[in-house]
Design a protein around this ligand. Structure first.
Ligand SMILES: [Zn+2]
Ligand SMILES: [Zn+2]
Length: 255
């Protein structure tokens, strides 16, 4: 059996519905096999209605939350997703507190570096370099293995990997890696919590040098800020120089 990863949004927090037009990006979220959603911001419903004219989320049984920033966790979106059924929501303790009071939600704290198994999907959170206030939440990336044996690394939001995260990442091999590319080809104060294109180059080379991709495995850049990037074509070209692909809303990967 094949796995399917669909990008529901590939933009950073500075995109809004008023920015519709060519190369429009919604707040970042993804859907794995129609069953596991990764992040659930305010734009996921616009995505499915604009793309399909209806919801394609009926089969979602689990929501993985990377961190509770507003572009990744929207209470109204989660409540609508859980409407009329049970939805498991995995995240850090802050996310569990936020989601736990939503009707239909089973909020599950997923400890860092530990396997949490939900309906055949194994999820290992590792710490992300993206927490403005460690007291209020602990952002995480996810290593997800599907019942078919496919493995996805979802690395939004975050900058340079923390050392402990990298060591856990090196214990796995990936079909798909999704990396933060919020900042464009320049220095910007956000580079200490998000990646620039030059940072991605070094990280991608490190990933390939370490052999973390399975045969045919691919790295995708996502979570692009509206205000920090050149055109789609220019960014795609810059990334292709070191073997990274540029994600866009609606991109669907079968692996
Ligand atoms: Zn974000
Ligand atoms: Zn964030």
């Amino acid at each position: 059996m094949k796995d399917v990863l669909e990008f529901l949004g590939t933009g950073a927090a500075d995109w809004s519905m008023n920015d519709r037009g060519p190369f429009f990006r919604r707040n970042s979220a993804a859907l794995l096999n129609g069953a596991v959603m990764i992040d659930c911001g305010p734009h996921i419903w616009d995505y499915t209605i604009s793309t399909y004219g209806r919801s394609v989320y009926q089969g979602v049984h689990t929501l993985l939350v990377t961190h509770p920033h507003g572009d990744h966790f929207c209470r109204e979106s989660v409540a609508r997703l859980a409407d009329g059924r049970r939805l498991s929501v995995l995240g850090d303790e802050a996310t569990v507190r936020l989601a736990g009071s939503i009707e239909g939600v089973d909020a599950v704290p997923a400890p860092l570096f530990e396997e949490t198994v939900t309906q055949g999907y194994t999820c290992i959170p590792v710490p992300a370099n993206h927490a403005p206030d460690q007291e209020s939440f602990q952002a995480r990336h996810y290593i997800i293995t599907t019942p078919n044996g496919g493995t996805v690394f979802y690395g939004l939001d975050g900058a340079w990997f923390e050392n402990a995260a990298w060591h856990e990442m090196c214990r796995h091999r990936y079909d798909i890696m999704v990396l933060d590319c919020t900042v464009g080809d320049k220095a910007d104060w956000r580079l200490f919590e998000h990646n620039t294109i030059p940072m991605l180059r070094i990280m991608a080379e490190g990933i390939m040098e370490k052999g973390l991709l399975k045969e045919g495995g691919r790295i995708y850049a996502s979570h692009l800020a509206r205000t920090l990037h050149a055109s789609y074509a220019v960014t795609e070209e810059l990334l292709s120089d070191f073997g990274v692909l540029l994600a866009y809303d609606g991109l669907t990967i079968i692996f």
